[in-house]
Design a protein. Structure first.
Length: 121
């Protein structure tokens, strides 16, 4: 975010309107918030996967048909959680690309406004 603050000051010095730089800062803050949320989701899923793995290991000590049923369920839970983690990671990648494109568009618009204002002066 330090880079964003320096960039905002640079844009303000170039004559970009404060409201445009405020919108850019707000968009960057939303992106950071979503990235933090994604990280917490990934960490939660990784903990769930670790717990399921530990459950599978502990259940290896069980015997007979009960063990097989519990083991099959634990494996299914594990596969489902890994699948959810993959989906979350793919969604985050798409969001990162979308937000990156949006930030690029905002920066381009801010640059165009600055350019237009510079030509007016």
């Amino acid at each position: 975010m330090a880079r964003g603050g320096r960039e905002r000051k640079r844009l303000l010095r170039r004559g970009v309107p404060r409201d445009a730089t405020d919108r850019l800062s707000a968009a960057e803050a939303r992106i950071d918030g979503l990235s933090d949320l994604h990280q917490r989701l990934v960490e939660d899923l990784e903990l769930r996967i670790a717990a399921t793995t530990a459950l599978i290991t502990a259940q290896n000590e069980a015997t007979g048909a009960e063990f097989e049923a519990v083991r099959a369920q634990a494996k299914e839970d594990y596969r489902r959680q890994v699948g959810v983690l993959d989906v979350v990671r793919r969604q985050q990648k798409r969001q990162d690309e979308t937000f990156g494109a949006r930030v690029d568009a905002v920066e381009s618009a801010v640059g165009a406004i600055a350019s237009e204002q510079a030509t007016r002066l």
